[in-house]
Design a protein around this ligand. Structure first.
Ligand SMILES: [Zn+2]
Length: 67
């Protein structure tokens, strides 16, 4: 199971495996998974990635996510 959440500093949508304590965003901010607000849940990583892409496409666009 994966959770989708927003970076607490820059607002990007990210996902992490359930049980993981921290997830570092591309902006460099280390998100504490116990403190972020979960926006969605997904069965596997592929679905989580699709949700993130979909959410990212709405609102603000971040085109330089991956190196
Ligand atoms: Zn960030």
């Amino acid at each position: 199971m994966f959770v989708v959440f927003r970076c607490r500093r820059c607002g990007r949508f990210l996902y992490a495996k359930v049980g993981v304590k921290h997830r570092t965003c591309v902006c460099g901010f280390k998100n504490d998974l116990r403190k972020v607000r979960i926006v969605a849940r997904a069965e596997d990583e592929r679905i989580a990635g699709e949700i993130v892409r979909k959410l990212q496409g709405e609102g603000t666009e971040f085109r330089s996510l991956a190196p």
